[in-house]
Structures are given as C-alpha cells and as structure tokens.
Ligand binder design. Sequence first.
Ligand code: AMP
Length: 430
Amino acid sequence: MLFSELGLKAEIQRAVAEQGYDTPTPIQQQAIPAVLAGHDLMATAQTGTGKTAGFTLPILHRLVSGPNSGPNDRLARVARTPRVLVLAPTRELAIQVEESVRTYGKHLPINSLAVFGGVGINPQIANLRRGVDILVATPGRLLDHVQQKTVDLSGIEIFVLDEADRMLDMGFIRDIRKVIALLPKQRQNLLFSATFSLEIRELAAGLLHQPVSVDVAPRNTAAETVTQKVIETNREQKKELLQHLFATRGLHQVLVFARTKHGADALARTLDKAGIKAAAIHGDKSQGARTRALGDFKDGKLTALVATDIAARGIDIDALPYVINYELPNVAEDYVHRIGRTGRAGMAGEAISLVCHDERGNLKDIEKLIKRSIERVVVPGFEPAAVAAPRPPQPPRPPRSGQPSGRAPGRKGTAQPGGPAQHRSGSRHR
Ligand code: AMP
C-alpha cells in the first residue's frame, strides 16, 4: 500500500513525500482510514511504529475537509480556539508531536502549539491568543491554562491521548479526567498506549465510543529488527566495560539507560572524562538543558546520551542505532520501552544490556515478559566473577589473600557482540 492510496489531501501527501516516506507503516495503514471515517480509535502501539503520523495525518485532513473548513469559516478567522487537543505525558513528547504536526501540516493553513510545564506560561498565553487549531499539551500545564482561563476547550472536535499507559504510570489519571470533563460531549477520541493493562481498558471504556481497535506490535514483544544481547559482568566493572565498548566498537549515537538521576549524571561525567562526549537527561534537568542535550545528541555532537526511563520517553530520533542498558530497569515493561528506541520503523538496531549478578532476577522477569531468552555474551577481561552457588555447609577455611575472584566460569561464548557496521546500513531517513 502507498500513502497515495489513503485518500489524504494532496498538501498532506506532499509533506509526507518530502519526508521521504511512500509506504505507510502497519499502524498508519490501519489507523488512518479509521480516523478519516470519524471513528474513535484504541491503538496499542509503541513509539517507533509511526503512530504519531498515524493520527496526525488524518487529523490534519479532517480539519481542512470538515464542515468548518470553508473560506469564510473559523479557519479563516484570526483568533481561533483549538479544535484538536493532544495530551502527552512529557514535555519532550509534546514538543515532538507538535513538530510532526508542523511537518505534515506545513502546506496547510493550520496553527499548532505545544504547551508544557517547566517554562514560562506567558509566551504560551500570547501564542494561544493568536489562535491555535491543534494544541498539544501536558496535563498539568493545560489545567494551569484552564484555571487562568487562557485556553478554551469548548471547540475541541478531536481528542488524542498519547502514551496513555505512561500517563497513568506518572499519576496523571485525575488530571486526565478533569480535562475530559471540560471537553464537548460530541467529539472523536483516539487513545494510544504501548500496553493494554486493566487500567487502560477502564480508561478506554469510559472515553471511547465503539472504537476501532488497532494492535500493531503484539503486546510486550520487542521489535523484530532489534538485536538484543546481554553482557554478563560485575557491577564494579560496568563503567570500564562501557568505555571499552565505545572504544572497541566505534559506537555513535548511543542512548544509555541508567536507573537513577544521580547515576545518570555520574555516568555521563565518567564518559565525558574518558573522552566520550556525553550528557545526561532526567527530570531534574531544566527544560533548556534537556532540549540542548537532545539537540546535540541528534546533531551528532554527543556520542552518548544517558537517560532515565521517564526522561527518555518521547525521545524521537530517526534510526537510533544503539541502546545500552547500563542497568536493567526494575519494571520489566520499561525494558520493552527502552529497546523500542532503536529498531524503529523497520530499521536495524542493537540493544545491549550490562547485567551483573544482582540483576539476574530483573533479567528473568524481562525474558518472561518478552517470551524469549536473550543471548548472553561475555567480553574477555570483564567476565563475571564466579558467584558461589548454594552448597552444603563446609568446614571453615583460612582466608585466602590477594586475587579477586575474576575467573570466568564456563560460558557458551566469549565473542564480542556483533560488529556495529551491519546495523547501520539502509537508512531511509535523511
Ligand atoms: P513514532 O512511532 O511516531 O515515534 O515514529 C517513529 C519514526 O518513524 C519517526 O521518526 C517517523 O518520522 C518515522 N516514520 C513515520 N512514518 C513513517 C513511514 N511511513 N515510513 C518510514 N518512517 C516513518
């Protein structure tokens, strides 16, 4: 199937073609006709599937084709109230969704705006006054605007909840309900979520009317195009091993995951000192610092971006070749989200996890969730220390001096993970 077969306005097709895309991704093939037909939508799709264009393209089409789109109508007026509201969990995602709206709507007379917390509210108020058709917002800041009466939601025709599961994880459910209560009853609703938990189903039941269901990536399975590897090692050797991987494999544009904000900062500093250009992004960083780090990473000025799980959500980078889990996440589903940052839209990618002894339980949980075992690799010089298996009580032995227990136990392989070059070929993105 081609984009030209979807019946989208010529201006939209032109913008899509300018991005270099001619074939819609599976979610786009399913979601675009459903949204164009005016249906509510429940889509189970991870980031990387092309979901943003999946809702942005038909929404743009509807805005310029509907009853309100003639030359003398509200589209032509100067100060107009939003007709589409997209709620996103993070500032980064809000910015990226709004960028997509701009990209795909650049040949249309459509105004869009992203509003999110952590920055001054006044410029947003000024922009809202100028008139906005598509408003992308994080819940807290949107409610600030509602309270200050600087936004009018009474004209919303289409409501999108993006990354709904993450919004619930972040505790936004009450804010979401408050926002929904402010919307006109008659509207189209689209809900996107990477997982389909009971909570999401409850939310969907109250929000959606006879929705079309679209499920592209079977739940909790990692993209087929991502090669996953586990390097078993010791906690104390992880920093050195990471540097070794950068040095020996010529890695570039690597998203490194750390569990804590403090850990992310420390790791970015260590890498930077070792000559590997790195920055950290997490919730304590100012919006300016995050945007700068992300920009530098996208532009290739940084080799590594060290992120926490929440900060990394919504990072949208074409053809990200590597994800390294410096530490495994506590929640197995976060692993799926993390590695979803690579292998996007059919591109090859590699996800490497550095796993020490006390993370084996986490690894087991992850393998159970993704229903497959991940290949183990041992890097010479960084072998995990033999850890004593439970054994019958033995008579006490005198302590041995010297040598740390650095010997590698018998492993099925000592090869380094596959070379990086083959994973970078065939980029469709420019
Ligand atoms: P998303 O899942 O919306 O975060 O999109 C993932 C990436 O896929 C983005 O970088 C898009 O620019 C890209 N993308 C979206 N649609 C297509 C398409 N039809 N073909 C190739 N890449 C696409």
